[in-house]
Design a binder for this molecule. Structure first.
Ligand code: SF4
Length: 379
């Protein structure tokens, strides 16, 4: 059994085509400072589970019921259920084809690639049609109007009949071997809220004494909705970590009793009141080490070749669009990696993981980053 300081988990739903950068970046920063960190991408594993044979019987039974019970006013959903049943009647072949998307063999011809992508999408469609609430796509998650009220969120997070995340997380959490000092959940998109809350409920069931920290842009924004967010403390999680996580997590892990003397960037419930602590100074990008993907299975993503995410900037150099909250998580300081550091990071990741493809996740990359790149990595 490892003595873990924190187990970082990335919950669904996000792209299943490549890892997300949040937990690899945090892990690298914390490990460099001597902490023991594990990370898990339960987003991509959920995709495997959602379209698995394990769920086939339940899906077919539900679809059969819809076809039998739905009246003429629901004709279009009935037809959709019939289509889904047709797809699931060919489950083994479709499943093999969809798994082919994880192998570079599917790039041999455009037809093979198209077959793999189509099978993956059709299985997601068929299993989603069987779900009463959740619809999972390759780049989306729809959950009807569950997020519209606290009672419907509570009901969703505890009802396995309407929540496919629940049985998945119960399996995953019960299989966790090392109890960490903290669990850290990275919720960076609205589509992750319900799965993130379901996961935190399951963690509380199985590990009631381990505090849960939930971080990322979504909850950094939600802390201003005081009435709503207060409901979730204790029952779902213990701390919201606001804005960037690197140095606030170091402070939290060094703190002997964060409930009594909370560290920076936290939001917590103390004596029934919501407390927000001061913000720590932001790190420079040069202080953040090369992301650590070492405990992720890079072959598990639905992509014929591994693609690693990169971020060359934090914030936006333009920062003037009134509708945009992209920069909010990064504070008001725009930071950019030096071209030389960017090139070295790509070279190191390429060598360590044998990767040729990188996805730049920035919203706005300044042209000078590319014009100053060393020739070895210049596009
Ligand atoms: S990230 Fe894009 S949309 Fe947002 S302020 Fe910058 S340029 Fe505008």
């Amino acid at each position: 059994m490892e003595n873990l300081d924190i187990h970082l988990i990335f919950p669904p739903q996000w792209s299943p085509f490549q890892p997300f950068l949040s937990t690899p970046a945090l892990k690298a920063f914390l490990v460099e400072r001597g902490f023991a960190v594990k990370q898990s991408d339960w987003n991509v594993e959920f995709y495997d589970y959602f379209i698995s044979r394990q769920r086939l019987r339940v899906a077919i039974d539900r679809l059969d019921r819809y076809v039998k019970d739905l009246g003429p006013e629901h004709d279009s959903y009935r037809n959709q259920a019939l289509l889904a049943l047709g797809i699931l009647s060919d489950f083994d072949r479709k499943s093999q084809q969809a798994k082919g998307l994880k192998s570079e063999r599917c790039l041999r011809t455009i037809d093979e690639f198209y077959t793999a992508v189509t099978a993956f999408k059709r299985l997601l469609f068929a299993f989603s049609t069987a779900e009463p609430v959740v619809e999972v796509g390759t780049s989306s998650l729809s959950t009807s109007d569950v997020l519209s009220s606290i009672p419907s969120i509570d009901e969703f997070c505890s009802n396995p009949e309407i929540n496919p995340f629940l049985s998945f997380f119960r399996e995953k959490v019960r299989a966790v071997k090392s109890e960490p000092r903290y669990f850290g959940l990275s919720v960076i998109g609205q589509e992750q809220i319900l799965a993130g809350l379901t996961l935190s409920r399951v963690l509380k069931e199985v590990f009631p004494d381990v505090p849960i920290v939930i971080g990322g842009s979504v909850f950094s924004r939600l802390v201003d909705k005081t009435n709503m967010i207060s409901h979730f403390f204790k029952k779902y999680f213990d701390f919201v970590l606001r804005y960037e996580g690197e140095s606030p997590l170091v402070e939290l892990l060094e703190c002997s009793d964060p409930f009594a003397t909370p560290s920076s960037n936290l939001c917590l419930l103390k004596n029934g009141k919501l407390v927000k602590t001061k913000l720590a100074p932001q790190v420079t990008l040069e202080q953040i080490p090369v992301p650590d993907f070492s405990d992720l299975d890079l072959n598990s993503y639905y992509s014929p070749e591994t693609v690693l995410p990169m971020l060359t900037t934090r914030g936006c150099y333009w920062d003037k669009c009134a509708f945009c909250y992209h920069g909010m998580i990064y504070g008001d300081r725009y930071r950019m990696l030096q071209p030389q550091t960017f090139a070295e990071t790509i070279e190191e990741l390429s060598e360590k993981y044998g990767v040729k493809h990188f996805a730049l996740n920035d919203e706005a990359i300044p042209p000078k980053l590319f014009t100053h790149l060393p020739k070895t990595v210049a596009p």
